[in-house]
Structure formats: structure tokens, C-alpha cells
Ligand binder design. Structure first.
Ligand code: SIN
Length: 307
């Protein structure tokens, strides 16, 4: 038997596999494909104070090794999230992490104050990294002092674990991760999408209506690994790794680079049962390598000998 459990602050995950916000709906949409109770947890679609339509279409485009999105945080708003979406998860035997975004620092705090008493929410992930909105999102997460203010505002509202989802679109992710840690975050997740665009050469139009969006999928895995490594070197709190994880071996790389847990995103669109296959693969890897606790490989990157 392999112990696959890991800890994110006071939160215990039965295994290190979470599904990323915005790629797994509100959870139950994936019932036909997998038993969501087998996951370490699910991160639900970003919720905002008011419902949002999102950005104009087209807002998704395929790229050779991933996808571009410019959804614009389309969601039902906090009221419906509490009253209609969370009750659907009442009997699910896994952690539910609510992902939250606001237009202002006060809005982040207000949403969290509304969510924080709900018994079905086990932790809160703060989205300061969406590249597809005018206010909040990336504009907040690229500035350490604004990130710190958002985290403080949220921290004052809740005792539940607070995870801060960071953008790779910065010079030094360690600086932003440290600002989150110093302001009371329990963990950071790295990374949200990398800014990108595509052009249709026949129409000369951008692939996305909003021109620039966020790139995810295998193309960004090496970027994500480097950011996870840098963040893990910079902070003592756990780092959750995501970005192009398509199979268990990718997840192992993230754990060795310093991630305590991982999230799958683009994988969920391509192979909806993929996250559960990933858990099975992690267990087999541990058995093959005589590892009794998966937590033992976190941050276990070896130095290469100098020649
Ligand atoms: C979006 O809704 O535009 C994507 C979510 C994100 O990048 O955080």
C-alpha cells in the first residue's frame, strides 16, 4: 500500500491530484467520465460577485501543443454558486476548493465572506492571474503589493486554507509567491496560463475575439515546472503545480521539482478520465520505486554532478 496523501496547510488530500479551475465545471459535469470522489479534490470554476457572460466568441482556439482561451470568467455568480452549484456536491467524498475572483480588492474579500461559512467549501483559491479580464486578474497578480493586499483582505474573512493562484507572466514568480506567503496565504498554485495569441493567415484575423488569451497544455509544461521550482525555492508554504500535466510522469516531475500537489486542466478536456488514471499511475510509480509515501518525493530534485 502506498500512502498518496499530502497536506496543503490544514487540508489533507487523499492523493495529490486536483482538477484545475475552469476546466472541470462545478464538478458534477464529469460524473459520466469518472468517480470524482477518487480525486484529491476539485477546484470549481472561478466565481465572481455577480454573474458574468464572459468574453465574445471565439474564445477558445487549438494550438499545435495546447489551447488558447479567453473565456473571461463566465460564471453564475456567488449567489447561484452557493444555492445551486455547491449543494450538488453534498455527497462527494473529496475536497472542494472554491476559486474566487473580484474586480477590486474589496470584492475578493466580500465573496470570501459569503463563501466562508459554507460547510462544503474546504479551501479557497484566489485567482489573481486570469489574463482575460479588464479588472483584477493578471493586473493584480503581477504586482506583489496588490497581491499582498488581496490576500490580506481575504485572510481577514476566513480561517479556511487560502491558496493563491499565480501567473507565470512575471519576471520573478518567487517575489509574488513570497508576498502571498507573508500576507497569510497557506499555499500558492503555479501556474495560470501563459499569455499567447494566434492569427488566421487567410482572414488575417486573430483566432480569439479578444486577440490575446491564455495558453495551456503541453506547450507550457517546461515553463510551469520552472515556475513551480522557483516558487518552491522562495516560500515555505506548499506549492501546487499545474500547466500541461497530461499524464502521471508529468505529475511526478512537478512533485520532484517542489510541488506538493498538482492540478490537471487541459487534460480534462482531452481525456476526462485522465485525472483518475494519473492517480493510478502515481501509485504504480511509487511501487516501482519502493516509495511508501508519495510526500517523500516532494522537492527531491537531485543536483547533477559537476563535470
Ligand atoms: C478565463 O475565464 O478567462 C480563464 C480563467 C483564468 O485564466 O483564470
Amino acid at each position: 500500500m502506498v500512502d498518496l496523501s499530502v497536506k496543503i496547510g490544514s487540508l489533507t488530500l487523499k492523493n495529490p491530484v486536483l482538477t484545475a479551475s475552469g476546466t472541470f465545471g462545478y464538478g458534477r459535469e464529469y460524473d459520466p467520465y469518472l468517480d470524482i470522489s477518487q480525486l484529491g479534490g476539485i477546484v470549481t470554476k472561478t466565481v465572481t460577485l455577480e454573474p458574468r457572460q464572459g468574453n465574445p466568441m471565439p474564445r477558445i482556439a487549438e494550438t499545435p501543443a495546447g489551447m488558447l482561451n479567453s473565456i473571461g470568467l463566465s460564471n453564475v455568480g456567488v449567489e447561484k454558486y452557493l444555492n445551486e452549484k455547491l449543494p450538488l456536491l453534498a455527497d462527494v467524498d473529496t475536497n472542494v476548493i472554491a476559486n474566487v475572483a473580484g474586480n477590486t480588492i474589496d470584492e475578493y474579500a466580500e465573496i470570501v465572506s459569503r463563501l466562508q461559512h459554507h460547510p462544503r467549501i474546504d479551501a479557497i483559491e484566489i485567482n489573481v492571474s486570469c489574463p482575460n479580464v479588464e479588472k483584477g486578474g493578471l493586473a493584480f497578480g503581477t504586482d506583489a503589493s496588490v497581491t499582498a493586499a488581496v490576500v490580506k483582505g481575504v485572510r481577514n474573512q476566513t480561517g479556511k486554507p487560502v491558496i493563491v493562484k499565480l501567473t507565470p507572466n512575471v519576471t520573478d514568480i518567487g517575489v509574488i509567491a513570497r508576498a502571498a506567503e507573508d500576507s497569510g496565504a497557506d499555499a500558492v498554485s503555479c501556474i495560470n496560463t501563459v499569455q499567447g495569441m494566434g492569427v488566421n493567415i487567410h482572414t488575417r484575423q486573430p483566432l480569439l475575439a479578444r486577440i490575446i488569451g491564455g495558453l495551456s497544455g503541453p506547450a507550457i509544461k517546461p515553463i510551469a515546472l520552472a515556475k513551480v521550482y522557483q516558487a518552491a525555492q522562495a516560500v515555505r508554504i506548499p506549492v501546487i503545480g499545474l500547466g500541461g500535466i497530461m499524464g502521471w510522469a508529468d505529475a511526478v516531475e512537478f512533485l520532484i521539482a517542489g510541488a506538493t500537489a498538482v492540478q490537471t486542466g487541459t487534460l480534462n478536456f482531452i481525456e476526462p478520465a485522465g485525472p483518475v488514471q494519473l492517480i493510478q499511475g502515481l501509485e504504480s510509480y511509487c511501487i516501482t520505486h519502493n516509495i511508501s509515501r508519495i510526500a517523500d518525493i516532494i522537492g527531491s530534485l537531485e543536483k547533477r554532478p559537476v563535470k
